[in-house]
Design a protein around this ligand. Sequence first.
Ligand code: NOJ
Length: 747
Amino acid sequence: MKLRTSFIAFLLLLIFNTNLTAQQDFEQQIDELLVKMTLEEKVGQMNQYNGFYDATGPAPEGGNAAMKYEHLKKGWVGSMLNVHGVDEVRKLQELVVKESRLGIPLIFGYDVIHGYKIQSPIPLAEAASWDLEAIQKSAAIAADEASAVGLNWTFAPMVDISRDARWGRVMEGGGEDPYLGSKIGVARVKGFQGDDLSANYTIAACAKHFAGYGFAQGGRDYNTVDIGTNTLFNVVLPPFKAAVEADVKTLMNGFNILNGIPVTGDGFLQRDILKGKWGFDGFVISDWGSIGEMEPHGHAKNLAHAGELAAKAGSDMDMESTAYVTHLAESVKAGKVDKKLIDDAVRRILRVKFELGLFDDPYRYCNPTREKERLFHEDHLAGVLDMAKKSIVLLKNENNLLPLKKDQKGIVVIGDLADDKNSPLGSWRLASDNNSAVSFLEGLDNYTKDYLFVQGPKIFDDKADFLHHVTIKDDKKGMQEAVEAAATAQVVVMVLGEHGFMSGEGRSRTQLDLPGLQPELLKAVYEVNKNIVLILMNGRPLALPWEDEHIPAIIETWQLGSQTGNAIAQVLFGDYNPGGKLPMSFPRSVGQMPLYYNRYSTGRPDDNQLVFWSHYGDEKNTALYPFGYGLSYTTFAYDNLQIDATDPKAVKVLATVTNTGNLAGEEVVQLYLNDPVASIVRPIKELKGFEKIALDAGASQTVNFTLTEKELGFYDHNYDWVVEGGTFNIMVGGSSVDGLTGSFEIE
Ligand code: NOJ
């Protein structure tokens, strides 16, 4: 026994030492390279260009493309984005490796946000699964495909916390909560990067956008962010810190100003916190042109000045603004930027290239056989289907209308999105093939052909794409036919929501309703037939008070990606029991924005029947569907809450969960904490633990949580972590509003 333990210890030491040696070896090789590199070549490593021509065609002549081509040959480019496909990548890599003086390989980045060809659900949907293993696997699938087409770096995960559903980019993140958001961010980093970054099926991840981007005022993308230290330290930064602790290789800053300073030029964030306090040793890339945007922000005089500010603040690589490649060497020579900062940035970039194995083999990710084999792989489709089912949230199910019986007769399906094969792919699916999702109807076909589909009015423009806004139509043609068909149905399945391109970058909304004629259509159908199953497809929380009051069954399916129809059909007919929970609060009205469960109490929290308490005169304060909420086809009961606070550094909390229904199901058991008296007030509750469990009908399980200093404390205004003794309240339950409650004291 003793022998075995020491053998394992020896092995661990060996592995640890091998890694250490490899790392030391990299540092030595970087030292040697830095000695050889000219200032221009160093600055070149800090320059990233967008793909500019068909790399497999003839060399470009004249203009921007020819300039970039020349820069590549000179070694003035460290990375390319939006170049993908083995042939394209190899061609540019060869150009640099063979023709530039030092042959330092490029790193190829791309927005692999929820898949490359095969699309997983949009990240917000995946977050609704609360299933970290599935989320990690989904990212690994994306990495496997992306690495097969020559890519070695994704600009994901987006770990921006957001509490404003108007902001279109909520689709890309993990929702409103920093605890859940951190766990999801870490799962995605691990999925992309795997255990061995140098393997040809893993890629470097990028936690973005550092920081505060999700707090754009009014939910309008790129808008001003002005938040206090409490929100910055306790809400915005934790997911980034968690990603750094999980060894994320890169971070991206952003377009926004934060408290008056463009984050791209913010040295407090990038140097003091990220590279200082957190010891991050990867590199920071700017967002697209965000260095140049410091000029219109009113922070930099011109592009050269912007480059100086960004380099000093710790933005290591310039995405496409050209500030570095055109001006930074001059700024260094003029003594405006310390050359040590340049060396530091280059070291960071080279380190990641070494870790990816690019110096061993610059073509590691350029294997045409892998490219053929790994794209659209069967196993990937299965993994993405699993993720899609887990992302679905059952919002309402009056009188157990769902699941439908497999031999259900008289189904009438209505809605523009029902046969849409494009919209369900969601936003940020750059490389996916248009119309490649399994539509809802195609999924339904696997169960029954005995249904009638009547589209109803056309709501969305079929030509919607990544670059343009979706046109919402207002032609009532088809309305009458749909209503007449609904009148004859035993059950009406309405597939309504937003188009996939209504969320994502630059796609903010002022309304959170069902766009266009959909509410009118739904109400008209309801007049003739109340037996409605509403299938929602949307990229953000919507405000659906009428729907909640009238429609008996509502399923939130977000945009589920390539396997959309198959996943929904399995839930509709009960082959999969939904267990998702909302990662963002669904409001009653857009006027409640920003709405989030982990709010602070006001000095006037209670309804005093008069007007002088914190509320709206025309709407409740609460969410329509709260954070953490989601139903199942079975039911769960919670009891036997036990708290043991004998060890204040490891408070134990136990609760028993029983499946009280007739079906097996999954439940996300959630623990919320409240510190009722603190030097800096704490939220009324905060998620501090969760576990997703599977229970057969009638079965029980005791779930254990341990609260350590990490869960009990918070950051003060100096960014110091403090745990203040006193009473703590906890709640354990199946959502942020219901659960067993208890409290404990620590000194
Ligand atoms: C701008 C987006 O904000 C960022 O998230 C993305 O990675 C870059 N464009 C590159 O496409």
